[in-house]
Design a protein around this ligand. Sequence first.
Ligand SMILES: [Zn+2]
Length: 444
Amino acid sequence: MAHGDRRDRGDAVTASGDLNVVGAAALARVRDRGRPRSGAFQNEMDVIADGAVAIRDGLIVAVGTSEEVLAEWDDPAVARLDAAGCTVLPGLVECHSHPLFGGERHEEYADRLGGASLAEVAARGGGIWSSVVATRTTSDDDLSARLDTAYQRILAGGVTTLEVKSGYGLTVDEELRELRLLEESRRLTPLELVITFLGAHVVPQDIASGNGDVSAGEAYTELIATEMLPAVVAQGIAQFHDVTVEDGLFTPAQARRLVHVGQAAELPARIHADAWRPSRGWATAAEVHAVSAEHLTYTPDEEIREVGVSESVAVLLPVAELIYMTDRRANARLFIENDVPVAIATDYCSSIHATSLLQTMSLAAPWFRMTPAEVVVGATLNAAYSLNLAHRCGSLDVGKRGDLIVLNCPHPNEMFLAPGAPLLSGVVIGGKQFPNQEKTEESV
Ligand SMILES: [Zn+2]
């Protein structure tokens, strides 16, 4: 079947959900022991030589050496994926993306590379606000077409579960439209989508700040708390609620208020924290029991030590730091020393078009001085915990969905020496194999 036929959640090569993956030179199992991996425990990915996985009805039924697995599950009627010479990893879990946006921002990046400051870029009409303006005037069909392309590229980067945020609408109607389009986009892709409401992304420039005694940030916080969040809850699509804590955008007090409104409606919180300056974002995330805090570029070392062990996952975004040209990096080593689980994500958004989590992982290791095992755990099990999905994905354990990727290299460490190399040779979601090539013009 041509790839261009209208897909029903993607063209599976094998459609039954029954599969034996055998003979992997290295199979990184990343065993789930009931909590995210942190501290020294994050530095283990449980590699099995000559590894195999048996999947039935979409779920993993056995993991071990090929001999162990085939002794019980060999079946000539079941499709077999020969992974000789290859690495098998759990399907990657991308836990931070903003794929729904209109407009282009490449000129502002070129300007910044040419020496323009953020203030100068904003004065020329750039920044997140420019994407909000463009997204509001982009049709549903055009936004959906962009999502379709993004999902194909993200799948081709080894991802099997993907978190997607709203946040380029910033009015009640526009945020509801974005969440509806994200929900409808599930039919475009075999990826499992996790949908997050991000009303508190930035403060919209067109917010009416009332009588002048109230700041725009306070007026917008009031709108989210009293109108937008109730409407989002009534719509019933959003699975998480993301709030920015950043000097000049939303204060810890405003974030606390919004998180509590969401939590009262059973929407767990994620926090965009300290991306541009120290803003008490990490401490706020830990205090409100957010599932995650993301960016953390400028979180001071003293704040990491003060918070100590936290149930919030620290989601670090190396490509964002690279493209934003920040003069600091998130202190991954100190988070790990303090027994905080660390995850790695791309931050695909209107200003960062990094779709490959595999490539982001190979950058993350030297960028943050993380080991290959720490990064693999960060892009699988810890990311799954940050999405409250560890019961379904993030490791190769019996009972989880049969999501895995096959890399054409003999050990997971090898991919860290090969940023950008086309190592991905197979993606399996729920036991079904998917082609990993982006749809080309000729095949449409
Ligand atoms: Zn973000």
